[in-house]
Design a protein. Structure first.
Lengths: 114, 114
């Protein structure tokens, strides 16, 4: 069965410093992986997705993630944090198969300090 | 394209009442997924529907919860005899087909049971 583990429930960075949100996955085959962002009391926005093409995936708002099969990781990074990046971030794996339902991690709450 | 529309945005129900949550998928999307987000948790899959068919309801509680996606009109998630533990954010997502990578999510309905 597919699953994802987000290694940090809370991350705090200063504005202008790099962001690293960690995610490890477990999958019996080549997975489809996603990062979603949720701002307070808002819906979910897709940041980026990996679907077995290039291992370095670029997303919106300057975020990117690298798929590393040897480490079963899909960490999310951004070179320089902005105040508007403060939100909750979810690492997600697609179960595939007939339903293709999504399996969510427990989330990482990113705080950006001025 | 209005995106995935969910209404109401906020819903307050007393214990024992019924809650009806509506989801209008994106134009051209015939696949709908419902997810539930309990406080401080990630999203959990509930049910996957296509027009007039329930494809996978493995995440639905066995009692009081039902979902439909009629030929005409929005998808409805119905919760009968609500209890405090049903308080959560309920998200709907749609895709054009079952193998689409990365759905479009609505803004959610936040149900509060008092």
């Amino acid at each position: 069965a597919q699953s994802v583990t987000q290694l940090d429930s809370h991350v705090s960075v200063s504005e202008g410093t790099p962001v690293l949100l960690r995610c490890n996955y477990s999958s019996s085959y080549s997975p489809s992986l996603f990062w979603y962002v949720q701002h307070p009391n808002k819906g979910l926005q897709l940041l980026l997705k990996y679907t077995s093409a290039a291992t370095l995936v670029k997303g919106i708002n300057g975020f990117e993630a690298e798929f590393k099969k040897s480490e079963t990781s899909f960490h999310l990074t951004k070179p320089s944090a902005h105040m508007s990046d403060a939100a909750e971030y979810f690492c997600v794996v697609s179960e595939g198969g007939a339903t293709n339902k999504l399996i969510f991690g427990t989330g990482t709450l990113l705080a950006v300090q001025p | 394209n209005a995106g995935v529309m969910q209404n109401p945005r906020h819903l307050v129900r007393r214990r024992g009442q019924e809650a009806r949550l509506r989801c209008s998928p994106m134009k051209g999307h015939s696949h709908v997924y419902w997810y539930r987000q309990l406080p401080e948790e990630g999203l959990k899959f509930m049910v996957y529907l296509q027009k007039e068919n329930i494809i996978d309801e493995s995440g639905m509680p066995k009692e009081r919860f039902s979902a439909e996606f009629p030929k005409e009109g929005p998808s409805i998630l119905r919760i009968q005899q609500v209890v405090r533990g049903d308080s959560a954010a309920y998200f709907c997502a749609s895709s054009p087909n079952e193998v689409s990578h990365g759905y479009t999510f609505g803004s959610g309905t936040r149900l509060t049971v008092v």
